[in-house]
Design a protein around this ligand. Structure first.
Ligand code: AMP
Length: 616
């Protein structure tokens, strides 16, 4: 008897969004979104911790935002993998309480419970998983989860952790723009550049992708974390409230229920204006007023709406131009324009974007579903069903470790295609040192103080040796999800230690961009600061090396005196924190004295000591 064929493992693609989340699965040549029992694909990324003890996720939770503002958590994606310090302004605008937990990580305080953003995201993912399982009639254990292209290691790792908490093995963290491009059939089989324009409810992202030999690289990103359809709604809300006021209504805009009803009416008006030339709103707020003050009829034309939102649309276009420029491209070098997010259904958005880029955007895929659909295509590749596609991404900022004097030695450069790894050898700086501290940094600047520390660890158990002798191989490995592991190994003894970068904080896309700009602006100053550190390290090594050599060599007293004099002069300069040029001159003087010694005893000893120092 033969065993039944093993069913192909189900791997779904999940778009874990700020506002809504959803799952999709590959079906035949295409992909299909997994809908709930009511046929709804979008699950609001909202969790309500009801006072009656229930945890409610999705549409029902969204409806409870008003009645339980302090117990209903939304937009948790804005918090994940970041620190409270980084989130300061963001946190103040939220109706629920965010407090600082261990390592300054945010915790959402609900009654006496302090929940991590990962745990709350996990509840959303569980709901997505349950919906997918119900739609497929089979268990789902594996997924590809998407994140914004500008998410850093910590934010990616935190998203992976959330998936694990939800009982999902996350096979890959995929960049949202890459997923969107895939959904539109940009599958890497043709080289080119794509512009992904993602305008949702609360955020705007634009990414420029380069596709070469099946490899997707994010060349640049830009956007605004607080710009989207909600802002268009707000403009209409203002208009409606002004009409109420003009009509002498008694409706109070400060009442949250009135405001919510007005906001819902504004959104529906906006959506109708995407297909109609004008739309009329008949609002009855059902207030206990006898003067009919709760009733309003208002007609808004598409032209009026477009005039109101035009400045906001222009802001998105400014970002597009910036992203194209940052990618080192001209706008006419963009091959494909891909639309993501519900607000790209607005005709003015499409028209203005088309006019700017000079290309018709692809519109064949529902912009709300594109990211999940694309993720499901990648999921299928990882499940082993489709071997024609190879998808790779790049890391957004360089990674390195702090070396002597506070400089950063970069091991993995920004834009390296992942997965990637690199090993470099370092050594100790002090005689008899039995442990080294390794501090890991992310950023483009030369000095550790200007980069972001991602984590640190200690390598212990190094046998006591003279400085520069231990050989410590440090390996940086960034896996396919962009998660970093660092390992250090003393090669003689084999002692080793390592760390997987823990999400102590994350960076927003704006911060990544700012760090890039800072590195360009400060390039000259950084170069000089780095040079000063290098010269100082060299001078210190020369002093140490020469002193050792003097002990080993038997020199005539006059030569010993000359060498000692040059060493002392250099030590004096070091003690006085002399500038790089003076230290360099001091090093040169010492080299001259040692080089002139006939039997080369000292210069060879110094050269050896220096070589060891350089390896560090
Ligand atoms: P997303 O965050 O991608 O789900 O996008 C949600 C945003 O898209 C909300 O602000 C919606 O009001 C908006 N939206 C959805 N459909 C339309 C439409 N047909 N016209 C204009 N805006 C829309």
């Amino acid at each position: 008897m033969s065993s039944p064929p093993t069913p192909t493992p189900l791997v779904v693609g999940i778009d874990l969004g700020t506002t809504n989340s959803l799952a999709a699965v590959r079906a035949g040549k295409g992909a299909r979104v997994l809908r709930d029992r009511d046929g709804e694909p979008l699950i609001p990324s909202v969790v309500c911790f009801h006072p009656d003890g229930r945890t409610i996720v999705g549409r029902e939770a969204k409806a409870l935002r008003l009645s339980h503002p302090d117990r209903t958590v939304f937009s948790v994606k804005r918090l994940i993998g970041r620190s409270v310090r980084d989130l300061d302004a963001e946190v103040r605008s939220l109706p629920y309480r965010v407090v600082a937990g261990e390592r300054d990580l945010p915790r959402v305080q609900i009654g006496d419970r302090a929940l991590s953003p990962e745990a709350i995201s996990a509840l959303v993912l569980q709901e997505v998983k349950a919906t997918a399982e119900q739609a497929l009639g089979a268990p789902v254990q594996k997924a590809v989860v998407t994140v914004p292209a500008w998410f850093d290691d910590a934010q990616r790792q935190a998203t992976k952790d959330a998936a694990a908490l939800a009982g999902l093995e996350c096979l890959r963290i995929l960049n949202e723009p890459t997923a969107a491009a895939l959904a539109y059939g940009i599958d890497g089989s043709k080289d080119g550049t794509a512009l992904v324009y993602d305008l949702g409810g609360g955020t705007f992202d634009v990414s420029i992708l380069r596709i070469d030999d099946g490899v997707f690289r994010v060349l640049s990103t830009a956007g605004d974390t607080h710009l989207g359809g909600d802002d268009f709604d707000n403009l209409l809300v203002d208009r409606i409230l002004a009409s109420f006021a003009k009509a002498g209504s008694s409706a109070r805009p400060s009442d949250p229920y009135v405001l919510q009803a007005v906001r819902a009416a504004a959104e529906s008006l906006k959506i109708r204006l995407s297909t109609e030339g004008s739309a009329t709103l008949d609002l009855d707020l059902d207030l206990d007023s006898t003067d009919g003050g709760g009733r309003l009829s208002l007609t808004v034309t598409r032209a009026e709406f477009e005039a109101a939102i035009a400045p906001l649309v222009q802001r998105t276009l400014d970002c597009v131009q910036r992203a194209v420029k940052d990618a080192g491209l001209r706008i006419d070098q963009i091959d494909d324009v891909v639309l993501v997010g519900g607000s790209t259904r607005i005709p003015l958005v499409r028209e203005r974007l088309e006019a700017l880029v000079g290309r018709k955007p692809h519109t064949g895929v529902d912009p709300d579903l594109a990211v999940a659909l694309g993720a499901s295509i990648q999921a299928d590749v990882l499940a082993g069903n489709d071997r024609s596609l190879l998808l790779l991404d790049v890391i957004p900022l360089s990674l390195g470790i702090e070396t002597l004097g506070g400089a950063v030695q970069k091991l993995i450069l920004r834009n390296s295609t992942i997965p990637t790894s690199r090993t470099e050898e370092f050594s100790t700086g002090v005689d008899g040192q039995t442990s080294v501290d390794l501090a890991i940094y992310q950023g483009e600047r030369e000095l550790a103080r200007d980069c972001r520390q991602l984590g640190r660890f200690k390598l212990r158990g190094i046998p006591a040796m003279p400085a520069g002798l231990p050989r410590i191989a440090v390996t940086f490995l960034v896996d396919a999800d962009g998660v970093l592991r660092v390992n250090a190994r003393e090669t003689r003894t084999g002692v080793e230690a390592g760390i997987q970068v823990v999400p102590s904080y994350g960076l927003s896309r704006d911060e990544v961009r700012q760090m890039m700009l800072d590195s360009i602006e400060n390039a000259q100053a950084d170069y000089l600061a780095r040079e000063a550190i290098d010269v100082r390290n060299k001078a210190e090594a020369m002093v140490r090396g020469t002193q050792k050599a003097l002990q080993m060599a038997e020199l005539p007293p006059d030569q010993t005196y000359a060498v000692q004099k040059a060493v002392k002069a250099l030590q004096k300069l070091l003690a006085a924190n002399a500038e790089a040029a003076a230290l360099k001159a001091g090093c040169d003087d010492l080299t001259k004295v040692t080089a002139s010694i006939a039997d080369d005893v000292i210069s060879s000893a110094v050269t050896k000591a220096l070589r060891e120092e350089e390896q560090r």
